[in-house]
Structures are given as C-alpha cells and as structure tokens.
Design a protein around this ligand. Structure first.
Ligand code: X90
Length: 276
C-alpha cells in the first residue's frame, strides 16, 4: 500500500526519512508582513520582528487548496491536524479530504484532530511512520493510532500568554498571572483540545519540578518525550536531564519550535509531548 503522512506546520515536523511526507503551512501576520510557516521560514527573524512590533498580530490556518496540494496524488493519506478547539485547520482538512476522496475514487484520507499541537503531533506522526513501515493496512493503522492517542499528552510551560490571549485562544485571567517577572504558566491540552492551566511557578527550577509532577500525574513512566522550545534550549536540556535522572532509559528528543508554535508559545516557551 502506498501511504503519505501529511500534517500542518504546527507539528514542527519538517521532513520524514522513510515515508512520503508533506506539510501544509499556517501563516503568521505581523503588521503588513506575512510569514509562511514553511521550512524556508527564518524563525529567529520572525521572533525578533515580533519582539519589536507593537501593533496587532494574528495567524491563519491552511485553506482547502493547501491541503489538496499536500495530499498530492497519494493513495492513502494519514493527516495530522492541530486541535480543532483552537484552529480552523482541522475543518479545512476534513473538507479537503472529502473532496479528494470524491475526485479520486478508491483513495482514502484519515484526518486526525490531534486535540493538541507541536510535539504530541510528532509522537503521533512517528507512530504512524512505524506502523506504515511494519506493513499494517489502512484500517489497522487508524485503529492503532486512535488507541495510541489515548495515552499521548501535551504539556506546556510559557513565560507569556500575550499572543494566545490577544487572539482569543486563552482566558485573559490566566494571561494576567504571567504578567509578573519570572512567573511561568504550566498547562495541558485538555481532553477537548483547549488550554487548561495546571500550575504556575516562579523561576526555571520550580517550573521544571511542576512539569515533572504534571507528567507523573499523567502516568509518565519512562516512555518517549518530545520537547520543542522557542529560543530556550537550556531549559529543554535541563528538563531532559531531570527526566533522565528519574528514568534513565527515557527516549527524549529536543527540537526548536517552528513559526506557528514560536508565535504562540513565545520566547522561552517549552512544549512537551509525552506518553502516559
Ligand atoms: O490561526 C490558526 O488557525 C492557528 C491557531 C492556533 C492556536 C493555538 C496554538 C498553540 C501553540 C501554545 C501552547 C500549547 C497549547 C495547546 C493547547 C491544545 C502552542
């Protein structure tokens, strides 16, 4: 069976080595500049622009045509989307999938609302790649991914919720908590795919402890962890070391966040996807 894995750019996955892959970019608008979140995007330049910009900023999801061109001419598509609780991305992908299947009878598209973003999407994509390489069929893969999704989670640790609140994606009352210097908000993707706060902490050390506690509460026990950071590799490495000191065999990878996640997680932000 010929498969293609497709995602939107919020997964921070830019390529796969063993399975055909495409990503549909979201866009970030800063003043009259549009940053397309594709592999060519200079994320540091965008973050620097955001730092100096005082006016309104926003984001936009991929449209139906972007999805159709990402599906290309694949027979079987597995498509991973950012939470429908915060973005129109999943709805556009569902419409595109319907059109694709009508245009090309026999082809199939599975669109997953990951109820999450960033590194939890990476875990799901890695699992999909493994299932394809193991020779599973379409229905078997969909079933296995749906089961795996039950035990993947997303945690985040942010120094500012300004962009989330300004774009109506987080409660202003939570945003106000991080106005103070050194305060970080630790939150999770809720079962409905929305932002839910679990703790707040002053300073990096306490934030790391709160992240570890939140992982334990969700039954983390040494499985895979994927950490994406916005200009904050030191905290990502410190978190990795803390996890390894408790679970020496943990499989942990660190990557820089791309455009969309950098815009919303903001400087210093960490996104943590893990298996419960
Ligand atoms: O314009 C659009 O359609 C994109 C809107 C995306 C909004 C949320 C992005 C969040 C990125 C911030 C922390 C993680 C929160 C995850 C909760 C499900 C990362």
């Amino acid at each position: 069976m010929n498969f293609k894995i497709v995602t939107d750019s919020s997964s921070d996955v830019q390529s796969l080595t063993q399975v055909p892959f495409a990503s549909a970019p979201l866009s970030i608008m800063v003043g009259d500049r549009v940053y397309v979140d594709d592999p060519e995007l200079d994320v540091s330049a965008m973050v620097a622009h955001l730092r100096s910009h005082r006016g309104k900023t926003s984001t936009a999801c991929p449209g139906l045509q972007d999805w159709l061109s990402a599906f290309g001419d694949a027979e079987n598509v597995l498509c991973f989307c950012i939470t429908s609780g915060l973005s129109g991305t999943y709805n556009a992908a569902k419409l595109a999938a319907q059109e694709y299947e009508e245009l090309h009878p026999g082809r199939r598209v599975f669109v997953m609302d990951t109820l999450s973003t960033g590194p939890e999407m990476r875990l799901l994509i890695e699992r999909a790649e493994g299932l394809i390489l193991a020779g599973q069929d379409f229905d078997g893969i969909v079933e296995a991914l749906t089961a795996y999704h039950q035990r993947t989670h997303l945690l985040f640790c942010l120094c500012s919720l300004h962009n989330l609140v300004a774009n109506g994606r987080a409660n202003p009352a939570i945003g106000a908590l991080v106005g103070l210097l050194g305060i970080r908000v630790i939150g999770v993707a809720s079962p409905k795919g929305e932002i839910e706060m679990v703790a707040k902490a002053r300073g990096d050390k306490k934030a790391l402890q709160a992240i570890l506690n939140a992982m334990r509460d969700r039954h983390y026990s040494g499985g895979r962890v994927r950490i994406d950071h916005c200009n904050n590799e030191p905290s990502a490495l410190a978190l990795r070391d803390r996890i390894l000191s408790h679970w020496p065999a943990a499989d942990i990878l660190i990557a820089p966040a791309r455009g969309l996640c950098s815009y919303y997680a903001e400087e210093g932000g960490l996104l943590i996807g893990f298996e419960g």
